[in-house]
Design a protein around this ligand. Structure first.
Ligand code: AMP
Length: 428
């Protein structure tokens, strides 16, 4: 399958070729035709699957096809949970719409609204927004959603996790009823399902399973230890990865800060990113990490979710996640362009049940590192006998083909963009 088979117009194909994309990812293959047919879509897919292009490409095409006069009322609204994701989605629209005469504005909280409001005084086709800032501007009297024809809810589960449900509902109540709705979520807990049921009209449903084979390729290990020993264990483990970019996952924002501070005190350059950090601080940490100025980035799941940091040498789970799928997402960040990566997990007594659930999900016993200086004895949780491999192999093969382009292209662009605000031509 190539992009040429997806009925995309030439200016979009040209932009994709500029980006170095050759093969659509599975979510793109499935979503693009559905959106072009103007059907509602419910897609279960996470960051890293190419989901942004899967809605941005067909929406740009539909907008372009409408040939409407420039207007101050956006036609496409993309609601996202975080500022980072807002910027990434905006970056994607800019890249894919480079050869189209369409305009976009991105708005999010945590910065002055001045420039955002100024950008909204120009004609705009696509509005990318976090719910809080959008609602804020609407309540100040800015008429931003009156003519929305296409709504995308991106990372809906995260939006709900972050407590945006009320803001989202208030925004939804102001949108025209007559519209196409596209709903993306990595997971489908009952409340997300409820929201999607209330929004979508006879949607086409697609599900992109996390690439299970990725997990098999990654060299995973677990260190049994106790909570107070984790800081020393981290220093011990990091000795083996000096100079490599390492992503450390922490469960809480406070924990992430504490870990980064401890590393810095020990002479290891590290920074934490999480929702409490200012936009500027997060962007600086990220670009320092990407350029190698700091070697360790400590992130919470929410903060890491919105950012494009794949291709780590090593991912360390300082704390094990209580949702086993999160483990798969986290360790999927390791491994460069088809190469296998390393994922290390610290497990204390309280985390034993999490380890058990993770092993059940990945259908594999994670090898235990024995004889390290901070070891505590823990019983190995029982794991069911391996089943025949699930049929998740095919999407993975596709992912391998396109993954190589990915880190480099985003990496390059992130350094160039203004973190504050962009209201611009798609050409950026
Ligand atoms: P997303 O899941 O939308 O965050 O996309 C993950 C990354 O994959 C982004 O850096 C995209 O630039 C990149 N990407 C998306 N689609 C493709 C593709 N078809 N070929 C190569 N890279 C892609």
């Amino acid at each position: 399958m190539s992009f040429n088979n997806l009925q995309l117009i030439d200016p979009i194909l040209k932009a994709l070729s500029n980006e170095g994309y050759t093969t659509p990812t599975p979510v793109q293959e499935k979503s693009i035709p559905v959106i072009l047919q103007k059907r509602d879509l419910l897609a279960c897919a996470q960051t890293g699957t190419g989901k942004t292009a899967s809605f941005a490409l067909p929406l740009l095409q539909l907008l372009y096809g409408q040939k409407q006069a420039p207007s101050h009322h956006p036609k496409v609204l993309v609601l996202v949970p975080t500022r980072e994701l807002a910027l990434q989605v905006s970056e994607s629209f800019a890249a894919y719409g480079k050869y189209l005469p369409l305009k976009q504005v991105v708005i999010f909280g945590g910065v002055s609204q001045h420039n955002q409001v100024r950008a909204l005084q120009q004609p705009v086709d696509v509005l990318i927004a976090t719910p809080g800032r959008l609602l804020d501007l609407i309540s100040q009297g800015y008429s931003l959603v009156k003519e929305i024809q296409y709504l995308v809810l991106d990372e809906a589960d995260r939006m709900l996790d972050m407590g945006f449900i009320h803001d989202v509902k208030k925004i939804l109540a102001r949108l025209p009823q007559q519209r196409q709705t596209i709903f993306f979520s990595a997971t489908m807990p009952p409340e997300v399902q409820k929201l999607s049921d209330s929004l979508l009209k006879q949607p086409v449903k697609i599900e992109i399973t996390p690439p299970a084979t990725t997990v098999e390729k990654i060299e995973q290990s677990v260190y049994h230890t106790d909570k107070p020993s984790k800081p020393s264990l981290l220093l011990h483990v990091l000795k083996d990865f000096a100079g490599e970019s390492t992503l450390v996952f922490a469960r809480t924002k406070y924990g992430a800060d504490k870990i980064a501070k401890g590393l810095n005190r020990a002479g290891i350059s590290a920074a934490a990113i999480h929702g409490n950090k200012s936009q500027g601080a997060r962007q600086t940490a990220l670009s320092n990490f990407k350029t190698g100025k700091i070697s360790v980035l400590v992130a919470t799941d929410i903060a890491a979710r919105g950012i494009d940091i794949d291709g780590m040498g090593c991912v360390i789970n300082y704390e094990l996640p209580n949702i086993p799928e999160t483990y798969v997402h986290r360790i999927g960040r390791t491994g460069r362009a088809g190469a296998s990566g390393i994922a290390i997990s610290f497990c204390d007594a309280e985390e034993q049940p999490y380890l058990k659930d993770i092993q059940k999900l990945i259908n594999k016993t994670i090898p235990v590192v024995k004889g390290h200086p901070f070891e505590t004895a823990h019983p190995q949780p029982a794991v069911p006998a391996p089943k025949a491999p699930a049929p998740a192999q095919k999407p993975q093969q596709n992912r391998k083909q396109w993954k190589g382009h990915h880190f480099h292209s985003r990496h390059k662009k992130t350094g160039q963009q203004s973190p504050a605000m962009r209201g611009n031509n798609m050409a950026g």
